[in-house]
Structures are given as structure tokens and as C-alpha cells.
Design a protein around this ligand. Structure first.
Ligand SMILES: *[C@@H]1O[C@H](CO)[C@@H](O)[C@H](O)[C@H]1NC(C)=O
Ligand SMILES: *[C@@H]1O[C@H](CO)[C@@H](O)[C@H](O)[C@H]1NC(C)=O
Ligand SMILES: *[C@@H]1O[C@H](CO)[C@@H](O)[C@H](O)[C@H]1NC(C)=O
Ligand SMILES: *[C@@H]1O[C@H](CO)[C@@H](O)[C@H](O)[C@H]1NC(C)=O
Ligand SMILES: *[C@@H]1O[C@H](CO)[C@@H](O)[C@H](O)[C@H]1NC(C)=O
Length: 372
């Protein structure tokens, strides 16, 4: 592994002009990493690199904050892990090279459609997506709802930049490719791999801003782990109960996805933020309520006005890390909004965008969120 680390450091220091990291130009065309290592009896995996800390470059090996995310190209990431060529032939696609805070819905639609093409290729066994960790759970969840396949799709990131001591990216990438190449990964939906754990994209969330063991799903648990880099699943293949599918070819969001904003609940909530969001173009709102969907009286009045007058789609989610919101508040025998079920606010936002884009009725939205 020492030589791998050196390769990354050498490659990245070439990018440092007076200590300022400059982005590597993306390869002109997708590259097929055949080289002398191509082995027709191995599975083929396509790696879509989007950027993030896993491709991050810092000025020193001890710097783990304030570095440039998405500085290294996909070829550098792959070259740094020669063991990959023992488990799979890999093709690297430089989809983007951005920090995950810059990921947006038009890029998500494009990524999903490109991944659908890749998994529809009979020679491809699985797909890996490298991604910044900050919004990784949103991209993984979007792919979970929009790509139709039995093949493994593995979203992977790193908490330490490639230039750090004990960078976690190379091992995470090797495990992700091994999983994407493995028949054991089939029929389990989109998976998130970091820190030797396999989580379902449906529920896995980033729980800690800094630590390596940040991706958790406290209620639903992990799907599996790795034993000496080989995936081990605790249970047979299954996908989340009630998982809907959205066809982005049938409902192609040409101008990006509908605007859905998340509002946070707190004491003395500013209810004026609700009409402000609607006036700025929000077609839907997700409310991160302070308990199981609880929201202030002023806030509820503003929400009901937006539903009545602007037909805004409202999902009541929760501020606590876990739990469920069974239904929205009932007044005069009417449910004003939609209960967010078990989804956290950022995932509820993705699902609501897809539901609005597909012209779902409120009743249809309730059935996918509230599982009834
Ligand atoms: C190709 O892969 C197969 C299966 O892993 C392995 O048995 C074989 O040794 C490999 N061939 C070469 C030339 O590496
Ligand atoms: C990998 O792709 C090559 C063609 O590029 C094909 O010959 C080979 O059968 C594929 N491997 C698998 C396991 O599908
Ligand atoms: C690939 O596997 C062979 C046979 O197990 C091993 O000798 C070699 O070191 C491996 N290569 C890498 C880069 O891990
Ligand atoms: C998303 O980002 C891409 C590139 O960074 C940009 O071209 C595109 O216009 C953005 N889309 C939206 C909806 O902001
Ligand atoms: C929301 O409804 C109010 C009352 O009908 C209307 O004045 C306002 O223009 C609407 N806002 C949007 C963005 O449609």
C-alpha cells in the first residue's frame, strides 16, 4: 500500500502550484482500463467519478479540512489501487469533478440515465459511483429510485483526502469495486460503502461531520460488511419495503427537477419562511418538525394557506435523527399535508421532487410516503 500512497502523493503534488491545488483536466473521453491487465474472465465494472474528498488534494499529509475536493481525476484514483485489476476490469468515466455540495438535480438526472445505460450493457456486472460524502446519501437515494436493475450499484466516498496519512479512499474504492463485481451484491438496490460497512441507500445517512465511521442507519442497520475485502451480507437479497420506481425517460425533467425546499423546525419558528419559499418557486416543502412532525401553530396556519391557495405539496418530516411521521396534522377531519414516513428530510425532498415531476396526486404521494 505504501507505493500506492506515494503514487497518489506524487500525482497530486504535480497539481500544486505554489501550494494552491489546481483541478486536473478531466480525460477527454471515457477511458477503458484495459492496459496489459485486461482479463476476459473477470467481471467488468464501470466507475463514475463525480469528485469529492475521495478525489481530494491537500497541501500536506496531515491536512484533513479545508482542502480541495474533486482535484484528482478518475484515472489517478484507479491507478492508486492496483489490486482492483485482480477483481475486475474497470472503466473510468469522469462524470464531474465537484464537491458534493455542488451536486444538483440536472446532474443527478444525467448520472442516473448514464448509469441505466451502463447496467443495461450485458458485459457490465456492476457500477461504482465515487462521490463527496456531504450529500452522498441524496445521490444514492435518487439512484435507488430511478435506476432499474438487479445489478449492484455502489456509491462510495472517503472522509480523508487522497493526500492524507491513512487516507480511507483506496480501501473504500477497492471494497466498492469488489462488491460491484460480486454476484452477492445483486438484488439489493443501491448500496453505500465506507469504513468496511455496506448500507442501503434508502436509509443510510451521514451521522458525523468528521469521523470515518459516519455513515449509519441506526434503526434499519447495515446490510453487511467486508471480510478481507470480500463482501459478507448478513441476510439474503432484499430491497426496502415500499420502494417506488420513477421512470426518467417517461417523465424526463428537461429543466431539472421541481424546486422542493426543506424548512427546519425550532422554538419561535419564523412562519414567514413558508410563503417566502412558495414565492421563490417551491412546488413542494419538507418540514423538519421538532418531533414526529410537530410544527408551530403559526407554521401550520401558513402551511395550510400554501396548500389551499398555492397547491404546494407539503411533507411533514422530523428533526430528530430517527423515527417516523405517520401522517400530517388532521384538522376539520382533513389531513393537511403528507406524513414523511421513515425518511429523513433530505431524502424526503428527493422523493417529493420525483413525485411532483411524475405528476403524482396527493393521494399517490401519501401512499409512497406513509406506506398505506
Ligand atoms: C484472469 O482471472 C481469472 C479469474 O480470477 C484468474 O484465474 C486468472 O489467473 C487471471 N488471468 C491472468 C492472466 O491474470
Ligand atoms: C467483460 O467484457 C468483455 C468485453 O469487453 C467480455 O468479453 C467479458 O465476457 C466480460 N466479462 C464478464 C464477466 O461479463
Ligand atoms: C493479484 O493476485 C495475485 C495472485 O493472488 C497476487 O500475487 C498479486 O499480488 C495481486 N496483485 C495485487 C496488485 O494485489
Ligand atoms: C447543475 O450544475 C451543472 C454543472 O455544474 C450546471 O451546468 C447546471 O446548469 C446546474 N443545474 C442546475 C439546475 O442548477
Ligand atoms: C400563492 O397564492 C396567493 C393567493 O392566491 C397568490 O397571491 C400568490 O401569487 C401565489 N403564489 C404563487 C407562487 O403562485
Amino acid at each position: 500500500m505504501f507505493s500506492l500512497l506515494r503514487l497518489v502523493v506524487v500525482a497530486s503534488s504535480a497539481l500544486l502550484a505554489g501550494g494552491v491545488p489546481v483541478p486536473v483536466p478531466a480525460p477527454a473521453a471515457p477511458m477503458l482500463f484495459t492496459r496489459d491487465t485486461f482479463n476476459a474472465s473477470l467481471p467488468n465494472v464501470t466507475i463514475f467519478a463525480t469528485g469529492g474528498t475521495i478525489a481530494g488534494s491537500a497541501g500536506s499529509s496531515s491536512q484533513v479540512t479545508g482542502y480541495k475536493a474533486g482535484a484528482l481525476g478518475v484515472d489517478v484514483l484507479i491507478e492508486a489501487v492496483p489490486a482492483i485489476t485482480n477483481v475486475s476490469n474497470v472503466k473510468g468515466v469522469q462524470f464531474s469533478n465537484i464537491g458534493s455540495q455542488a451536486m444538483n438535480s440536472s446532474l443527478l438526472v444525467d448520472l442516473s440515465q448514464q448509469i441505466q445505460v451502463a447496467v443495461d450493457n450485458p458485459y457490465v456486472s456492476g457500477v461504482v459511483v465515487t462521490h463527496g460524502t456531504d450529500t452522498l446519501e441524496e445521490t444514492a437515494f435518487f439512484l435507488e429510485l430511478t435506476v432499474r436493475t438487479e445489478k449492484p450499484i455502489v456509491v462510495v466516498g472517503a472522509m480523508r483526502p487522497a493526500t492524507a496519512i491513512s487516507a480511507d479512499g483506496p480501501m473504500n474504492l477497492l471494497e466498492a469495486v469488489t462488491l460491484a463485481a460480486s454476484p452477492k451484491g445483486r438484488g439489493r438496490g443501491v448500496m453505500v460503502v465506507l469504513n468496511d460497512r455496506i448500507g442501503s441507500a434508502y436509509y443510510t445517512t451521514k451521522s458525523n461531520a468528521n469521523s470515518l465511521d459516519t455513515f449509519k442507519s441506526y434503526e434499519q442497520g447495515f446490510l453487511g460488511t467486508f471480510e478481507d475485502v470480500l463482501p459478507f451480507f448478513f441476510y439474503p437479497p432484499a430491497t426496502p419495503v415500499g420502494r417506488p420506481y420513477f421512470d426518467l425517460v417517461k417523465n424526463d425533467p428537461v429543466d431539472g427537477m421541481p424546486q422542493v425546499d426543506v424548512l427546519y423546525g425550532y422554538q419561535e419558528l419564523n412562519a414567514a419562511l413558508i410563503p417566502a419559499a412558495v414565492e421563490s418557486g417551491a412546488k413542494g416543502l419538507v418540514l423538519a418538525g421538532s418531533g414526529a412532525g410537530s410544527w408551530t401553530d403559526d407554521g401550520n396556519a401558513a402551511v395550510q394557506k400554501a396548500i389551499r391557495e398555492n397547491h404546494t405539496a407539503i411533507v411533514y418530516s422530523r428533526r430528530p435523527m430517527d423515527g417516523f411521521v405517520a401522517q400530517a396534522p388532521i384538522e376539520d377531519g382533513v389531513e393537511w399535508g403528507i406524513g414523511g414516513g421513515f425518511l429523513n428530510p433530505q431524502k424526503a425532498r428527493i422523493l417529493l421532487q420525483l413525485a411532483i415531476n411524475a405528476d403524482y396526486s396527493v393521494a399517490q404521494m401519501r401512499s409512497i410516503f406513509e406506506h398505506n
